[in-house]
Design a protein around this ligand. Structure first.
Ligand code: ATP
Length: 220
């Protein structure tokens, strides 16, 4: 009997929004995952420091996930000092969950096209599968032709025709899932806050209210 895979969605979640949540839900259903673990990053190596402090981002993710037992908050990266490398997080998860449980790293197409810049990126395939979300109107197949040669080779060698592959092995496959584009980004939400515009309907009400009551993302 195969063990149901677990999805892992990392991000700065600055703030978490419906794009993240819908992606997790699509992956859960389309790939028949057991759960999706949200792992907010403390100090991301690839980008500028987050705008909201770690406790606020953690609270926002906690509020957004409440009431959904399939969505799990994992605080390990945000509690760690120094840069958060995904390879280290997956290694730690492997120690806890063993080598048999399939782990699926969830990422957007844009993030996937930069995977070759990640620390020890090739090792990621020994630790997990990668599920890439392809937004409607932005086919990954076209973009991958222009991508880094080593990444393109890995993609072509590992691409599985169906999500079933995620259940057949603990790691190593790439699966593409389709999702209707939700043109929501944390950058846009922060901009709206700075302009004192309303942010409801872009993210859960409880998170929008939290942002407003703590004056997050508004100029002092
Ligand atoms: P920012 O605007 O600050 O760059 P973001 O909204 O892109 O942030 P991240 O925390 O950087 O959010 O994203 C975490 C993961 O969620 C990434 O894999 C990213 O591709 C994915 N993601 C972000 N926005 C969406 C969206 N609208 N739909 C689906 N996936 C998304």
């Amino acid at each position: 009997m195969s063990i149901a895979p677990i999805g892992i969605l990392g991000g700065t979640f600055d703030p978490i929004h419906f794009g993240h949540l819908r992606f997790a839900q699509e992956a859960l259903e389309q790939c028949n995952l057991d759960a999706v673990h949200f792992i907010p990053c403390g100090s991301p190596p690839h980008r500028n420091a987050p705008h909201a402090g770690a406790p606020y981002r953690l609270n926002m993710v906690r509020l957004a996930l409440q009431g959904n037992p399939a969505f799990v908050l994992d605080e390990r990266e945000i509690r760690r000092a120094g840069p958060c490398y995904t390879v280290d997080t997956l290694t730690a998860l492997r120690v806890e969950m063993g080598m048999q449980r399939p782990l699926c790293l969830l990422m957007g197409g844009d993030a996937f096209l930069l995977l070759h810049t990640w620390h020890e990126w090739k090792k990621l395939f020994e630790l997990a599968h990668i599920v890439v979300m392809q937004r409607a109107g932005r086919p990954l197949g076209n973009a991958i032709n222009e991508a880094d040669a080593a990444l393109r080779d890995a993609y072509r060698a590992r691409l599985a025709p169906a999500p079933r592959a995620l259940h057949d092995a603990p790691a190593g496959a790439i699966v593409v899932v389709n999702m209707p584009a939700l043109e929501i980004s944390a950058t846009d939400i922060r901009r709206r806050c700075a302009e004192k515009k309303d942010i409801h309907y872009l993210l859960p009400d409880v998170v929008a209210d939290y942002i407003q009551s703590h004056n997050l993302y508004t100029p002092c």
